[in-house]
Ligand binder design. Structure first.
Ligand SMILES: [Zn+2]
Length: 132
């Protein structure tokens, strides 16, 4: 290998296009480059929380609502019509560990639709609910 003209290992400022080799770290080592990551309840992609909307069901509330500062068990979803439209009551029931009724789901979807700018988000009318 000819190293005579070699200056440094890599040029800073250029994004690495190839996936960086990641050393297998224990689960508690959180990559801090883009903050914590969460899984979208609709498409199940794991992304930075900055790219997701938080849904929470505060204790005593009538149902789940969108809000990053709400207390309670939370779920995360992409602020995109595809993910909002794909959301199932079963997904939320699992996330909140309690039954999400269709009317609660409808209220939540209305709020989500307003945020993502979707005029019509299909309500989960006859979708098979995953109870369990
Ligand atoms: Zn998603």
């Amino acid at each position: 290998m000819d190293r005579s003209g070699y200056r440094g290992w890599r040029v800073r400022g250029i994004d690495e296009e190839e996936p960086a080799k990641k050393v297998a770290l224990p689960g508690d080592a959180t990559p801090e480059r883009s903050g914590p990551r969460r899984r979208c309840v609709a498409c199940r992609a794991s992304v930075s929380t900055g790219d997701l909307l938080r849904i929470a069901w505060p204790v005593g509330a009538a149902g789940p609502a969108v809000g990053r500062t709400l207390s309670g068990r939370g779920a995360w979803i992409h602020p995109e019509p595809t993910c909002v439209g794909a959301l199932c009551p079963g997904d939320l029931s699992r996330a909140f560990r309690r039954k999400v009724t269709r009317s609660q789901m409808a209220d939540l979807l209305i709020g989500l639709a307003a945020i993502v700018g979707a005029d019509s988000v299909e309500l989960p009318d006859r979708r098979p609910a995953e109870d369990g």
